[in-house]
Design a protein around this ligand. Structure first.
Ligand SMILES: [Zn+2]
Length: 151
């Protein structure tokens, strides 16, 4: 970390009644890389507080900067990415091993069952952290037809 963190003035205040306003990127906050924060399981705004309370459960708020995590929703995104990427790699590796070495099936089971369980489980938390940090960084929200106007 070089310590060169940009501080910008807020350009648009959040409107009351905006359900995701608490989880939007605050322009006055230090810029933390969403990939670094997500992979480390840290807060997407300050990069210090823990994002998870348990293995995959998102904490209610950041213990360092009190960013509200209750509006966070990564949905099925991490699982879909992991199924596609890890499935492609592990099945491809199993096919390569079978076609090249033709080992007995018990050896396939010994290699690829732990690999097929361990790799996806190991990737779930970092992928979920990165997706949540990217949602925060890119101000992702549900689509709306018209912006809400007060008055
Ligand atoms: Zn924080």
């Amino acid at each position: 970390m070089c310590g060169a963190r940009a501080h910008r003035q807020p350009t648009k205040p959040s409107t009351p009644g905006d359900t995701l306003a608490e989880f939007e990127r605050d322009d006055s906050a230090p810029v933390v890389s969403p990939f670094v924060a997500g992979l480390r399981g840290r807060c997407p705004r300050c990069g210090q507080g823990k994002l998870f309370d348990g293995f995959l459960t998102v904490a209610p708020e950041c213990p360092a900067c009190h960013l509200d995590y209750t509006k966070v929703d990564a949905g099925d995104g991490p699982a879909v990415f992991i199924i596609l990427i890890a499935g492609f790699l592990i099945v491809g590796l199993a096919l390569f091993v079978e076609l090249t070495y033709q080992p007995p099936y018990w050896l396939h089971a010994l290699i690829f069952l732990p690999l097929g369980i361990g790799v996806p489980v190991g990737l779930l938390r970092p992928f979920k952290g990165v997706l949540i940090a990217l949602q925060f960084h890119n101000r992702a929200r549900e689509g709306r037809q018209h912006p809400t106007t007060e008055g």
